[in-house]
Design a binder for this molecule. Sequence first.
Ligand code: HPA
Ligand code: ZN
Length: 333
Amino acid sequence: MNQIELIRAMPKAELHVHIEGTFEPELMFQIAQRNQIELPYKSVEEIKQAYNFHNLQSFLDIYYAGANVLIKEQDFYDLAWAYFEKCAEDNVIHTEMFFDPQTHTDRGVAFETVIHGLKRACDDAQTKLNISSHLIMCFLRHLSEEAAFETLEQALPYKNLIIGVGLDSSELGHPPSKFERVFAKAKAEGFLLVAHAGEEGPAEYVWEALDLLKVNRIDHGVRSEEDDVLMQRLIDEKMPLTVCPLSNLKLCVVDDMAQHNIRRLLEKGVHVTVNSDDPSYFGGYMNDNFIAIMEALNLDNDELKRLAINSFEASFISDEMKKVYIDQVNSLK
Ligand code: HPA
Ligand code: ZN
């Protein structure tokens, strides 16, 4: 099998995808129309032209504007279902997707509406597409600690539907330490923990995510390479980094895919995985991300398999299921 065939054939888990970031312009237009909400764009082409980002914030402004058209339970279902269809095409057989409740509750959409729509799509993905999934609720870090506590409170009745909590949105100026207490409470309630750190923010934010938030995985974390002591810690603890190559390129975290450090991180022994982040905005889903790094960094079949195996090892599925999927990857030639 050549590399492209292998990428397509491997079962994979996606561990870093924001469901609001899978919102394709065509579906956005359709939902805006049925909810009679005006979008600041006249056409799908005009939306796509706006997808020219120079940093994280320039993307977030557009991402939140798009999410404004999501109002009804069916909207959240349709959004997630469209993503699951992409997973099926890419052989992503397990996904742990983020959602941003505050983006919706702050507009008057009930928490229940969001979670029920997403959950119904997850159930259908299991029965109709044989794709398993978990939901991870993210706190928006540009909002207050108090707002995060309120969101955690709202989530408690749905605790059995949400596997973990995360931290996303504008990283610079909003260090993990701001959310130390709310993460401690979430942990006490039984949630698993992840946080975006070291995307635009410094290695120091990765330290804080590890030591103060006590996360199970780091989202992005590519700037960890700037700190040798941190690198050794990540390697020793087998701490997963959910890396998002096309996202890093689109948001100018790297200037050129040939300069992306995912291959170096892998070679140094860091537990890196490949993910799409906000695929509708960044130009590609899971396999597009694999193909982009394979081509730019000359990854061979063993390295590609290692990345797919890492995705299962770093996931929140049972050890038994991890072994089933890892054996499937290893059996590919
Ligand atoms: N970083 C931070 N917040 C986000 C992202 C991201 O890449 N995508 C959606 N929210
Ligand atoms: Zn992200």
